[in-house]
Design a protein around this ligand. Structure first.
Ligand code: FAD
Ligand code: SF4
Ligand code: SF4
Length: 383
C-alpha cells in the first residue's frame, strides 16, 4: 500500500494511452480507474478543441472517453474550479475527479472555505505547472519569434526552460526567458505564481525529476493525501498502472527546479510590483477607465462567488447605464477579493478591454498578506 509522502514514478500499462499521454499517462489512467471503480461518478478534465490553442473543459462519465483528454495544453488558460459551481446542480451529491493545476486547486479550496463544495466528494489529481501561455500571445509569438504559421503547429511543449513547437517541416525551441524578455511567453500572473507543485491536491503529478530510462515515459507522482494513496494503490493492484520508487537523484533535481521556479516567481513579483507600488491607485484609475462593464471579471472569478450578483446591481455610486464604469465598481471588487485573490489570471485573461486586473488584485493581496503576516518582511511587494 502506497503511503502519503511517498514519491514514485508511475506509468500506464495501456500502450495506446501511453502514446497520447504527456509523459507516462498516470493522470489519465488514475482518472479512468476512478471512474471504472466508481470511486467517482464523473471527471472534469480538459480536451483539445478546434486546435491546440483551444482548451475545452469537459465532464466525462465514460472511462474510455478520457483518452481524448490525455496530453497537456500549455496554451489552455482555463480555470476548472469555477466550473464546479456552474455544474453544481448536475453534480449535487456526486463524487467527482478533477485534474488541477495550482490555480485550479486553490480555486477549489476557496470554494470549500465558502462551503460551496465538499472536499470529501472531490478527488484532485494535481499537475505541476510552470505556467501557461495565452492563446492570442501564443499565436503572435509563433508567428513573430519562430517564423512559423501557428496553424501549422502540431504540438507544443515546455521542456528544460524552452517553449518547443513541432510543425510541418520541423521543430524549434526558444528559451522561455528570451521569449519573456521580448514580451511573449507565459501569462504575467503565471510568471508571479509560486504554486508549482500542488501539494494540497490528493496527488501531485509532473515530469520534473523523471530521469534515466524513465525520462519522458513515466509520471513523477508525489502522494499528498490518504485518498490519493488509496486510489493509486488500488489502480496498481488492478494492474492499470505500474510504479517504482522515484530515483533519489530525480527527487533532488525536482526540488532544485521547484526552488528555481520560486526564485523566478519572486523576481517577477519584484519586477511587476515595484514598478506599480508608487502609482497603484492612479494606474488602477487610468486603466479601469476603459471598462465596459461586461462583468467577465466577476463571472469567472473563483473567489468572487457569493456576492457576485450584488456587484452587478446598480447603486448610488455605481450608476446604471454609465460608461466607463464608476470607480466604485472596481474598488468594491478589489476590496472583496483582497484577502483571497489566488492570482489565477482569469479576470485579466478574459477582460475585453485588456485591463491588467490580475496584476492589481495580486499586488493588493500580496500587500494585505504582509499586514497580517509581519514575518513576510518589510514590503510584500518584494516578497
Ligand atoms: P496525461 O495522462 O497526459 O493527462 C494530462 C491531463 O492534464 C489530462 O487529464 C488533461 O485533461 C489535463 N490538462 C491538459 N491541459 C490542461 C490545462 N491547460 N489545464 C488543466 N488540465 C489540463 N509538469 C512539470 O513537472 N513541470 C511543469 O513545468 C509543468 N507545466 C505544466 C503546465 C501546464 C499548463 C500543464 C497543463 C501541465 C504542466 N505539467 C508540468 C504537468 C505535465 O505536463 C503532465 O500533465 C503531468 O506530468 C502528467 O503527465 P501524464 O502523462 O500523467 O498526463
Ligand atoms: Fe500554472 Fe500558476 Fe499559471 Fe495557474 S497561475 S496556470 S498554476 S503558473
Ligand atoms: Fe470591465 Fe474588463 Fe471587468 Fe469587463 S472584464 S467588467 S471590461 S474590467
Amino acid at each position: 500500500m502506497a503511503k502519503k509522502g511517498e514519491m514514485l514514478y508511475a506509468w500506464t500499462n495501456d500502450a495506446n494511452l501511453a502514446k497520447k499521454a504527456e509523459c507516462g499517462g498516470a493522470v489519465t489512467e488514475l482518472l479512468k480507474y476512478a471512474l471504472e471503480s466508481k470511486t467517482v461518478d464523473a471527471v472534469i478534465a480538459v480536451t483539445r478543441g478546434v486546435d491546440l490553442y483551444d482548451a475545452v473543459p469537459v465532464i466525462v462519465t465514460d472511462p474510455k472517453a478520457l483518452d481524448q483528454c490525455a496530453g497537456s495544453l500549455h496554451c489552455g488558460t482555463i480555470l476548472l474550479s469555477k466550473l464546479v459551481t456552474e455544474y453544481a446542480p448536475k453534480l449535487a451529491g456526486k463524487k467527482i475527479g478533477m485534474v488541477v493545476k495550482g490555480c485550479d486547486m486553490m480555486g477549489v479550496l476557496e470554494l470549500a472555505k465558502r462551503k460551496l463544495v465538499n472536499l470529501d466528494n472531490i478527488v484532485m489529481i494535481g499537475v505541476n505547472c510552470g505556467g501557461s501561455v495565452s492563446p492570442v500571445t501564443a499565436r503572435r509569438m509563433i508567428t513573430d519569434k519562430y517564423g512559423v504559421d501557428p496553424n501549422k503547429v502540431t504540438k507544443e511543449e515546455i521542456d528544460k526552460g524552452q517553449f518547443i513547437i513541432e510543425y510541418e517541416g520541423g521543430h524549434k525551441g526558444i528559451s522561455v526567458d528570451e521569449l519573456e524578455e521580448a514580451g511573449y511567453g507565459r501569462r504575467s500572473n503565471c510568471r508571479r505564481c509560486k504554486v508549482k507543485i500542488p501539494r494540497q491536491a490528493d496527488l501531485a503529478c509532473g515530469n520534473w525529476g523523471v530521469i534515466g530510462d524513465k525520462a519522458g515515459k513515466a509520471t513523477f507522482v508525489e502522494i499528498c493525501s490518504e485518498k490519493g494513496a488509496t486510489l493509486l494503490s488500488k489502480a496498481v493492484a488492478a494492474k492499470k498502472l505500474s510504479t517504482e520508487p522515484a530515483n533519489p537523484k530525480g527527487i533532488e533535481i525536482r526540488a532544485k527546479v521547484e526552488g528555481a521556479m520560486y526564485k523566478l516567481g519572486d523576481k517577477w513579483r519584484k519586477h511587476d510590483f515595484e514598478a506599480l507600488a508608487p502609482v497603484l491607485w492612479e494606474t488602477i484609475a487610468k486603466e479601469t477607465s476603459r471598462c465596459m462593464k461586461c462583468y467577465s471579471c466577476i463571472d469567472k472569478c473563483p473567489v468572487c462567488v457569493t456576492l457576485a450578483d450584488k456587484f452587478k446591481q446598480p447603486s448610488l455610486m455605481i450608476r446604471p447605464g454609465v460608461l466607463p464604469a464608476d470607480q466604485m465598481f472596481h474598488l468594491r471588487r478589489f476590496a472583496h477579493i483582497a484577502d483571497s485573490c489566488i492570482n489565477c489570471g482569469q479576470c485579466e485573461e478574459l477582460c475585453p478591454s485588456e485591463i491588467p486586473l490580475a496584476l492589481f488584485s495580486h499586488a493588493i493581496r500580496t500587500e494585505e498578506d504582509r499586514l497580517f503576516e509581519p514575518k513576510l518582511g518589510k514590503s510584500a511587494y518584494t516578497n
